[in-house]
Design a protein around this ligand. Sequence first.
Ligand code: NAP
Length: 290
Amino acid sequence: MTAEVIDGVACAASIESSLQIRIDSLKQQGIIPHLAVVIVGEDPASHVYVRAKQRACERLGINSTRIDLPEETSFEQLAEIVQDLNTDDSVHGILVQSPLPNGINELAITDMIEPSKDVDGFHPVNLGRLVQSRDDGQIPCTPYGVMELLHWAGIELTGKRAVVIGRSFNVGMSQALLLAQKGADATVTIVHSKTQNPEEVCKEADILIAAVGVPEMVLASWIKPGAVVIDVGVNRVEDSSKERGYRLAGDVHPDVADVASALSPVPGGVGPMTIAMLMSNTVRSSEKKL
Ligand code: NAP
């Protein structure tokens, strides 16, 4: 079997076109959606992600403000910037790019972001609303993007066994909640670093979501024939044959395509969806529906 490719680029493009209509309508009311992104330090991957987010804003006509801060920025300085953005009525979405330098308590910064402007969906109020299955919160962009991708690809979830590898609040745990919610209706198991025999648990999955951060950890032998596999992982693997010295690898081994019925690629799968959902959360915030 060669798995069908679940094309995140095409799905993200279709989400962007529907957002464009809402952005045009906001502009007719005199509102230009505005996303502020704060980046602290020089982490190269973070700079790549922030540039991609800015490009998406440009494509859609969303205003974006980028605030670059040096590595030695203190917690207090960053907190003051977040407070200023909270009270700036022209700003609809605030994103503080992770990871922050050691010494800055990332959760404490997240706690300070006004929940209605928390377009990452990481504030405890928004995560609490997710647990309550409410529709008045912001949903973390990556797991939200995975749900949209599954829907777009016509993957039926009701009554299916879903396994999520990873339990971070930003990806795995939120993903598990979304899959188990009424309306999605999958039966969900979470695999983490203390799970015994993860391959046997994964083999029960009709739908497997890998969000681990270990390059190509999920092998073909872990997959139930015909399962749908979503690879969230983005890992830099040294590769001297590449000009930049590394290649991008997912959490799923490429041989999985021989066993799965459908597989999302890396790059070109979940990555573009994360950005599309960030744009979607920013538009939602601008519509003041929160
Ligand atoms: P994270 O916070 O490091 O969480 C990783 C999770 O994987 C943890 O829950 C950890 O378990 C679990 N884990 C680690 N090693 C394991 C193992 N050997 N077996 C089973 N579980 C294991 O990472 P994250 O932020 O969730 O990100 C996960 C991956 O997704 C990374 O590759 C990241 O780059 C990627 N990502 C991609 C996007 C995108 O837009 N495409 C967005 C966000 C993240 P414990 O809890 O037990 O430690």
